[in-house]
Ligand binder design. Structure first.
Ligand SMILES: *Cc1c(COP(=O)(O)O)cnc(C)c1O
Length: 398
């Protein structure tokens, strides 16, 4: 029986989780790998005795596993507490190293870890250039090239968009930044584990990833720091992580992230075949049953697991409630803005009306989803849309 069928108070509660871009279930193999470090292996990796050194070796093993997924050197991996910390560390490190550079380039569709950070820096006197995206969600590379100036400190552009799944042309962006001799950071939190990542070209300076988006626990992440890039720690304290991040290591979660990275590498083909098929079949199914459905975002340059759908005349908040009643987890906009009625900043930046943004839902698939779940959700969604549209017609008729 799939683990999504939970027994609560004697009732079978039905749950289908199609919100894997918000967070993912911990893989049972990941949990098995981390548990010893929450139980008997509680030593401090900085301790001089064998009991601590054994844990230090486990941390180094995890570093190798993460490096293998990214095709980089293990020494280029710094463990952090989350994707947000990794994003903040990359930007703040760069700004501290060259304090004369006061110009930052990013896009309007970034995650709040970059977006809000850039806004805060703007209030502190930094100048931000916001790169626009087109209706497919792809950035204007000519504008990027033009925007880079001698006082540009850093270019920060995401690898994959968390809402639409749209993939930025990272190799081209890295080449532009290299040509212009500018530091390039990429928020790859949604890309790692879903698309192949190979840092051997050496022209990306920083890359952020997060454990809980790839079947490791919440509260652990990593930052890739190119070995040729000067670095300034964000958390200053002990000499952990080669003095790049103070604070006693979250050993169990780091071991978990390592195992999750190893599994992600093994599942990369599945992600791009089985999971992609689930997503594609879902989109086809939905479009067959429901009129007026359009895909938000470029369908060619897109994560294999993400479907962001605009459903004409359907209010996404109302749909979310109906889907929730049926045990379906998906989202409108990003998890961070859910609960507020603000239309998605990503869809707005793509030039869509607030109406279209408010009529859009994101379904994100993953390793543990099944074909049965996907067809069940297509049915549930069709009924919910009919209900919401019927209610709208009622209002119009009244
Ligand atoms: C989830 C996410 C983050 C933040 O990661 P946390 O570990 O939750 O802090 C950053 N960027 C993107 C694109 C994300 O999807």
């Amino acid at each position: 029986m799939p683990f999504v069928f939970a027994l609560i108070r004697g009732l079978e509660v039905f749950m289908i989780y199609l919100d894997n871009n918000a967070t993912t279930a911990i893989d049972p193999q990941v949990l098995d790998a981390m548990l010893p470090y929450l139980k008997e292996q509680y030593g401090n990796p900085s301790s001089a005795y064998a009991f601590g050194k054994k844990v230090a070796r486990a941390v180094e093993n995890a570093r190798e596993q993460v490096a293998a997924l990214l095709h980089c050197d293990p020494a280029e991996i710094v463990f952090t507490s989350c994707g947000t910390e990794s994003d903040n560390t990359a930007v703040q490190s760069t700004l501290w190293i060259d304090r004369d550079r006061k110009h930052i380039i990013t896009s309007k569709v970034e995650h709040s870890a970059i977006l809000r950070q850039a806004e805060a820096l703007a209030r502190r006197g930094y100048e931000i250039t916001w790169i626009e995206v087109d209706e497919r969600g792809l950035p204007d590379l000519a504008a990027l090239e033009e925007a880079i100036r001698p006082d540009t400190a850093i270019v920060s552009l995401m690898w994959a968009n968390n809402e639409t799944g749209v993939l930025f042309p990272i190799a081209e962006i890295a080449a532009i930044c290299q040509r212009k001799q500018t530091i390039f950071h990429t928020d790859a939190v949604q890309a790692v584990g879903k698309v192949p990542i190979d840092l051997r070209a050496g022209n990306i300076q920083f890359l952020a990833l997060s454990g809980h988006k790839l079947h490791a626990p919440k509260g652990v992440g990593a930052l890739y720091v190119n070995r040729r890039t000067r670095f300034n720690p964000f958390l200053i304290g002990g000499s952990q992580e080669e003095k790049r991040r103070g604070g006693t290591e979250n050993t169990a979660s780091i071991v978990a992230l390592g195992k999750a990275a190893e599994l992600a590498l093994e599942h990369l083909t599945e992600e791009n075949t089985r999971v992609r098929d689930l997503r594609d079949r879902f989109e086809q199914d939905v479009m067959k049953r429901i009129s007026g459905v359009r895909i938000n975002g470029d369908t060619e340059h897109r994560l294999p697991n993400t479907a962001n759908l605009a459903i004409e005349g359907a209010d996404s908040e109302a749909l979310l409630m109906l889907l929730d009643q049926k045990g379906v987890c998906c989202s409108a906009g990003s998890a961070c803005t859910a609960g507020s009625l603000e239309p998605s900043h990503v869809l707005r930046a793509m030039g869509f009306s607030t109406d279209r943004a408010r009529a859009s839902l994101r379904f994100s698939f993953g390793r543990f989803n099944t074909e049965e779940e996907v067809s069940a959700v297509a049915n549930i969604l069709a009924a919910a849309v009919e209900k919401v549209r019927g209610a709208n017609r009622g209002v119009l008729a009244a």
